[in-house]
Design a protein around this ligand. Structure first.
Ligand SMILES: [Zn+2]
Length: 222
């Protein structure tokens, strides 16, 4: 099962949308995350550092992180980022992670990362052309990310719709903490997909086999 995250590149640096597992988890995620980590896989060639290098980038260029949610497979590598990097996360998600400890897909190491937390409620626009939209249900404070580049729109669905089939067949994510909210969030994403936004799903082997990376280049700031 792929674990997908995205790079937004601009003249001012790069922003990450999620960041995958911590580098220390390479080879054996359960070493860092315990038994729940046995469900994940991270090759040494798939770490944040290696994936950035493959795109001609490195960690020092990271200007910020937008987090769909704080499960370890989406936020684990926050611990590998330079101190003070702004990390945007929904306030309900941060609270859920703090309450969960090492349960329910969360892990305490993520909360001790040296990032600068930027918690929020409601839909947000942290960058020009980049909107965080509330899609709770898989987790308490899950958000999805809508990127608008001229006529082209991309939709980072996170685990609110981990595969394209969740959208096309209106399938709820297999894991959710609130079924009603997950259904409403899925309908919100389906509406965006039907209006022409291209999905970038979080755990979709067929999709990512055909399109192995997502580097979206933002136009220069005007
Ligand atoms: Zn998740």
């Amino acid at each position: 099962m792929p674990i997908s995250w995205a790079i937004l590149e601009s003249d001012e640096g790069i922003w990450l949308i999620d960041c995958g597992l911590a580098t220390a988890a390479a080879g054996d995620p359960s070493r860092v995350y315990g038994p729940v980590g046995q469900r994940a896989r991270l090759l040494s060639t798939e770490t944040l550092e290696e994936r950035l290098a493959a795109a001609g980038l490195d960690r020092s260029l990271v200007a910020g992180v937008l987090l769909t949610h704080l499960h370890y497979d989406h936020a684990g590598a926050l611990v590998d980022l330079p101190a003070g990097v702004p990390a945007w996360v929904h306030a309900a998600e941060l609270a859920a992670a703090q309450a969960a400890g090492a349960r329910l897909g969360y892990h305490p190491s993520i909360l001790t990362a040296a990032v600068a937390w930027r918690s929020f409620v409601g839909d947000q626009q942290p960058l020009a052309g980049v909107a965080l939209i509330e899609t709770p249900g898989h987790s308490r404070g899950h958000v999805s990310v809508l990127i608008t580049l001229g006529e082209q729109r991309y939709l980072v669905t996170g685990d609110a719709a981990p595969t394209v089939r969740n959208l096309s067949d209106r399938l709820l994510p297999g894991l959710h903490v609130d079924r009603t909210a997950a259904a409403a969030s899925l309908d919100r994403l389906i509406a965006l997909w039907r209006s022409g936004a291209s999905p970038l799903p979080s755990h979709d082997p067929a999709f990512w086999a055909a399109q192995p990376e997502a580097v979206v280049r933002l136009p220069p700031a005007t």
